[in-house]
Each structure stands twice: as structure tokens, then as C-alpha cells.
Design a binder for this molecule. Structure first.
Ligand code: N01
Length: 537
């Protein structure tokens, strides 16, 4: 089978890419390893899963009708609501007929003579396409740490991103959770309500800001619909793709203590991921950050009745925002329940999993089930899980052995006609990702239209342009406190992975301007060649 475009994944990126590619009159096929659409929101169905970007921002903007007809029910949408949304989009735009479900892309090889990609899938097909677009996601390759003895455990072991449709009945079970990142923090309060006893194995305490979630009433929905174009302008102007009015705030060090506390209290009461924006310098000045960090740690302590547990949860050793800040609902209060035990595995590390449970250097825990809330191989995991080979059979794994890089995060040299949506080098995970996805898809499909108009058959990144862009990505990251501690952001959660921030921290607004300018200047830094191939559609 031959297509103009093959798209990997039917999450937010794959669905929109299919919609736009079709709009160019190109033939397309999407391969999706799950049996439904939604990507992250298809796979992550653990109890408590919800988005920590507000519903009115975490949605497509490409269709006015879609925006006006869809009604969000809460400030922060749950996984079931998001899954419904992506199913609605797939049906509304008649996307399913070009999606093949239960089909994983295992291998993609560029045929230099034909200028085509040969794509092999888990169900034994090989298809060819002029263009290959990865919409495989930044957080889709799960990370399950290898713990000695895990294979001998007699109970059930499950990663949060593989929670089954229909759920799991935890009644009467002794459950252990490893991991207290965004996922663990969302899952733990819900698991605690269901399990007989919940043991939380925490290695690194984390900052948690209350979501202050709420249902959306008719008046709010009406206002959201009324203002959606204005919000879109704000998203484009903002550095993270969020549609908030950018408030002018002073630096924390410019005001007195009482004013500071008042502003932090107000930000806390608003809730959500924007807590640090109470002042302009929390993310840039170590002293301001320390004051904000102390405020959050005191709040955490205030929520937990047992002082020793409160200490374990609040003894945070990294600056606020150096790891992705967590948005929580009833997380810290959950430790006041008699059926929840916090186990500090930084002090007493996990040594092994036994047939009956889990052992640390301090004791043993009998468990019926172990939940791995241990995250993902971020940014590059899903790309490198496939065997992607560029010019001359060069494996992407080899090309990126010393660190991942792509020109604008879109194209990596020696892999012609291969586009990555939210690839390494783009703002990706440090932005309202669905808005970044739209920007990437629009840019890519405009580029495909440009190639068709100019009878161009092949696009590649100039290696020098790519190296210079990657240098800038690293340079900007080096100036930020983001990533100044180990986490999946730096790749340190994956054994043997090259460490460092691979996403662009210069702001989504600046990034968009750069991408647009490069396109307007004839796609500077990209190398095109004219149609020579007999296979050209
Ligand atoms: O994964 P994580 P996540 N022994 O890597 C621990 C997005 N997201 O799935 O910190 C013991 O952050 C690890 O400990 P440590 C969001 O971008 C969004 O929670 O390495 N512990 C850590 O506590 C987020 O940032 C939403 O010491 C081990 C945890 O596992 C990203 O996904 C919701 C261990 C992993 O935390 C990833 O979040 C959920 C071991 N051997 C997720 N190995 C939204 O709301 C790992 N850990 C949109």
C-alpha cells in the first residue's frame, strides 16, 4: 500500500495531523497501537487521572464550531472527559476511516532511491509513504524500573499508564504505590479510598499546588464561549501557550513580607499550575524561589497531622519549578487516613520485590498489588522504541546516541521527509502541549503545501542549522532553574540515557515567531530537492 503520508499515533497530534493532511488532498494512514483515539488520554486511565491544564486551554482551537459546541464540565478535565472529547473530534471530522487501530509501527526505513519511507507494523504489514510524521507523543513510552525479584511477585503489578478499561477492584487489597510524581499524586487519594491499606513508597518529596478544581457553571461556559477568540490571541502571545491575561506582577524581593505573603495566599487560593507567577522572579531568582518554596512547604506541613509524615512530605530539596510542579487534589490530606502509610525509600531504599510484597532496608511490606506510578521515558522514548532508519540505514538511535536534537524540533538531518510533532528541540512538554501540537501540525502541513507548489520532493535539515539550533536549546536551558535537579525532564530517570533538557525554553511565542520567520524566508536551514523520483505521487 502506498500513501502520501503515514502518521504514527492517534492522540491529539495524530488526529489533527490527519485532519490537516487530508485538507491538502493527500492520502494518509494513521497507525495507532491502542484500540481507540486519545493517546495519553486513552492510555492513562488510572483512578484520578486528569489534566492539570485548564479545560478551556487544553483543547483544539482549529475549529470554531468545535470550540463552541463542546461543553467542558470542570476546570481541570478528567481522563474520561478528555477521552470523550477526542472521540468526538474523531467522529465529527470523520477521521476513523484512515486510522488503523491495534497496530504499532515497529520500523521505518528511508529508501533513498525512491525518496519514500517503508513502514513496517506489528501486524506484519509494510506500507510506503512519501512523508512520515511522528505523533507518537512525549510521554508515551512507559518507564517501569527493574527491581530485583519483581518477576517472582505473586500479586498483580501494573503501571499507571496501562490501567485496564473497566478499572480494577481494589476492595480488601493491600496495595503498594511506587512513585509520587504527577501521576502518583493524582492516583494516591483515589487508590486510598478503595484499598484496604495503601503503602506509598516515596523517594523524592515534591511540591504540590492545590488544583482548586470546580465544576463549570452555565455562566462560566457562556463567558468562555464568548471570549474564545480573545483567549486564542493570549495563547499565541503567552510564553507557554496558556490563554490567561498576563498580569503585571512585581518581583518578590521588591515588596515587603506582608505583601508577599498576601500575594502567595491569593495565588494559592486560585490554585493550579500558575502558582509561581505570583511574582515575576520566582523562576529566575534563587532567593525569591526559596521564599516561594518555603511558603509551599509550610502549607504542606499544615495539611498533615502526623509531624513525622509531614516532615517526609515537605522536606523538599530542589527549587520550586526545577521539576514539573504538581497540581493536586486532596493529596497531602490523604496521609491523615488510617489506611495510608508513607514509606520513605530515600532513607531506606527498596531492596527487592519478594513473592509476598516489597522489602526495603528497614522492613518488609505484604502486598496484593504493586502500582508503578514511575513515569515515562520522556521526549525521545517513543521515537527510539521504533527502529527508525534514515539515509544509508542510519538508525535514529545511533544519530542521537550523544543526545537528541532536531532543527526546530521538527526535522533531524539525514532523516528526510520525516517530521516530528513536539520533537526534541521544540517547546513540547514545557507548554500547553495541545496548542504546541497545533502550531507544529500547521507548520508541517504548510511546508508540505509549499513543497507541492514548488515541485519539491524531499526536505531535510541542514546539519549546521540543526547543530546551531540544538546549541541554542542547551544554552537557554543552562540559564534556567528548570531541570537543575534530576527528573524525567533531564532524562535521569532512564538508565543510560544522555542527560540534559531537550526542549526549547525560550517561550512558545518566540518559538512560533522563529518557525514562521524561517518559513517566510524560504525555509532557511532546510534543504530541499526537486522531484526526480518516479514514485512521486
Ligand atoms: O512520572 P515522574 P509521572 N524507586 O517521572 C518514582 C505528565 N503528567 O508519571 O523522583 C522508587 O514525574 C520517582 O521518584 P524520583 C507530567 O508532565 C501529567 O508522575 O525519581 N521510586 C517519581 O516519584 C509529569 O511530569 C499529568 O526519586 C521510583 C515517580 O516514580 C509527567 O507526566 C498527570 C523509582 C515518577 O514520577 C510524568 O509524571 C500525570 C524507583 N526505582 C502525569 N523509579 C497531568 O495532570 C521511579 N520512581 C496533565
Amino acid at each position: 500500500m502506498e500513501f502520501d503520508v503515514v502518521i504514527i499515533g492517534a492522540g491529539a497530534a495524530g488526529l489533527y495531523a490527519l485532519y490537516r493532511v487530508r485538507g491538502l488532498g493527500l492520502s494518509a494512514k494513521v497507525f495507532e497501537k491502542g484500540d481507540g483515539v486519545g493517546g495519553t488520554w486513552y492510555w492513562n486511565r488510572y483512578p484520578g487521572a486528569r489534566c492539570d491544564v485548564e479545560s478551556w486551554d487544553y483543547c483544539y482551537t482549529f475549529s470554531e464550531e468545535l470550540e463552541l459546541e463542546w461543553e467542558w464540565t470542570e476546570r481541570f478535565p478528567t481522563q474520561p472527559e478528555l477521552e470523550r472529547y477526542f472521540n468526538h473530534v474523531a467522529d465529527r471530522f470523520d477521521l476513523r476511516r484512515d486510522i488503523e487501530f491495534d497496530t504499532r509501527v515497529d520500523r521505518a526505513r528511508f529508501d533513498d532511491d525512491q525518496n519514500r519511507w517503508l513502514i513496517s507494523t506489528s501486524n506484519g504489514q509494510t506500507v510506503s509513504a512519501r512523508f512520515l510524521i511522528s505523533a507518537a507523543g512525549c510521554l508515551s513510552e512507559v518507564n517501569t524500573p527493574r527491581i530485583e525479584g519483581a518477576e517472582n511477585f505473586e500479586g498483580r503489578q501494573i503501571h499507571t499508564a496501562r490501567w485496564p478499561q473497566g478499572g480494577i477492584d481494589l476492595t480488601g487489597l493491600q496495595v503498594g504505590v511506587i512513585g509520587t510524581g504527577s501521576t502518583g499524586v493524582q492516583a494516591i487519594p483515589q487508590l486510598a479510598k478503595q484499598a484496604e491499606h495503601l503503602f506509598v513508597f516515596q523517594r523524592t518529596p515534591q511540591f504540590g499546588i492545590p488544583a482548586q478544581n470546580r465544576p463549570l457553571d452555565d455562566e462560566t461556559l457562556e463567558e468562555l464561549k464568548h471570549n474564545y477568540r480573545e483567549r486564542w490571541e493570549f495563547k499565541r502571545a503567552s510564553s507557554t501557550g496558556m490563554g490567561r491575561h498576563p498580569a503585571e506582577v512585581p518581583a518578590a524581593l521588591e515588596v515587603d513580607e506582608a505583601t508577599r505573603t498576601q500575594a502567595f495566599e491569593a495565588s494559592w487560593a486560585r490554585g493550579g499550575p500558575g502558582f509561581a507567577r505570583a511574582f515575576s522572579d520566582v523562576m529566575t531568582n534563587a532567593q525569591s524561589n526559596q521564599i516561594a518554596s518555603q511558603f509551599v512547604m509550610d502549607k504542606i506541613r499544615g495539611k498533615v497531622t502526623d509531624p513525622a509524615v509531614a516532615d517526609s512530605l515537605a522536606a523538599i530539596d530542589h527549587p520550586l519549578g526545577a521539576r514539573r510542579v504538581i497540581v493536586e487534589i486532596d493529596y497531602f490530606e490523604t496521609y491523615n487516613r488510617p489506611n495510608v502509610t508513607l514509606v520513605d525509600v530515600a532513607a531506606d531504599p527498596i531492596t527487592e520485590i519478594t513473592p509476598q510484597g516489597l522489602r526495603t532496608t528497614a522492613g518488609s511490606y505484604d502486598l496484593d498489588m504493586i502500582v508503578y506510578a514511575t513515569g515515562f521515558d520522556g521526549m525521545t522514548g517513543a521515537l527510539l522504541a521504533m527502529d527508525i532508519q534514515g539515509v544509508g540505514g542510519l538508525p535514529l538511535r545511533d544519530k542521537w546516541a550523544d543526545g537528541a536534537g532536531a532543527y526546530l524540533g521538527l526535522v533531524t538531518s539525514e532523516f528526510p521527509n520525516f517530521f516530528m510533532i513536539t520533537g526534541p528541540g521544540s517547546p513540547a512538554v514545557y507548554s500547553n502541549v495541545i496548542f504546541s501540537i497545533e502550531q507544529h501540525v500547521d507548520w508541517i502541513t504548510d511546508c508540505l503545501a509549499h513543497m507541492a507548489d514548488h515541485d519539491l520532493d524531499r526536505i531535510d535539515a541542514d546539519p549546521d542549522a540543526e547543530a546551531e539550533w540544538t546549541r541554542q536549546v542547551h544554552e537557554i536551558a543552562a540559564q534556567s532553574i528548570i531541570g537543575k535537579t534530576d527528573s524525567w525532564w533531564t532524562g535521569s530517570n532512564i538508565e543510560g540515557k544522555r542527560q540534559g533538557i531537550t526542549f526549547y525554553l525560550g517561550g512558545t511565542n518566540t518559538y512560533r515567531e522563529i518557525c514562521d520567520e524561517i518559513a517566510a524566508n524560504g525555509y532557511e536551514g532546510f534543504v530541499f530537492s526537486e522531484s526526480t523520483s518516479p514514485a512521486r505521487a
